[in-house]
Design a protein. Structure first.
Length: 195
């Protein structure tokens, strides 16, 4: 089955068409290439602010459950949640809004698999920039699993992502802890030597 039969697929906003020359007070967070991590997460601190010339149509604003796919390497898909909803999505991305037969969390997992990323790359390698087109995702063939199976795969993938995030945080905290400990021992040794 084609993804276009199961979801609404469109490209993001060409920013220059709606960018204000002077501040208008109509501001949105902007999902940019820097803010999309290769692991499928969004670094909110890397998002820019977009001053719009007018209120933007909702089709270009991220909504909970949207799948946003980077159209250039590494073709990362992100899942929009409460924290990242309400951002302008630029034309560097495709926006996919799933219908009721396809879970966004499942599609998020599927697009981020190495096999699908390789397929996207092979499809887009014919052009100079290696950029995929949003319409590619409309024609993308998908094996539609029953919703219960989609839920199981989604739950396991989201759990794995959460665990990876926590492990990365643990590594950072452990590095700080050992750095502090080593520095403390060094300072104590230095003081003892001076006595």
């Amino acid at each position: 089955m084609k993804l276009g039969d199961l979801a609404l697929v469109r490209s993001g906003l060409v920013l220059s068409r709606k960018q204000a020359r002077e501040p208008t007070g109509i501001r949105y967070p902007l999902l940019n290439l820097r803010s999309v991590n290769p692991d499928g997460s969004i670094a909110r601190e890397q998002m820019d602010v977009f001053d719009a010339s007018e209120k933007l149509p909702l089709e270009y604003i991220s909504q909970i459950g949207d799948i946003i796919v980077r159209l250039s390497l590494p073709y990362t898909a992100v899942l929009i949640d409460e924290a990242t909803a309400g951002a302008v999505v630029s034309s560097n991305f495709a926006i996919i809004r799933c219908g009721d037969k396809l879970l966004p969390e499942y599609l998020f997992w599927l697009i981020n698999t190495p096999e699908v990323r390789k397929e996207i790359y092979e499809n887009s390698s014919s052009n100079m920039l290696g950029a995929a087109k949003a319409r590619y995702f409309t024609e993308f063939e998908i094996d539609l699993l029953p919703i219960a199976d989609q839920r199981r795969i989604s739950a396991m993938n989201l759990l794995a992502k959460r665990e990876e995030h926590l492990l990365r945080q643990l590594v950072i905290e452990k590095e700080r802890y050992y750095s502090f400990l080593i520095h403390t021992i060094y300072e104590e040794t230095k003081r003892d030597k001076e006595r």
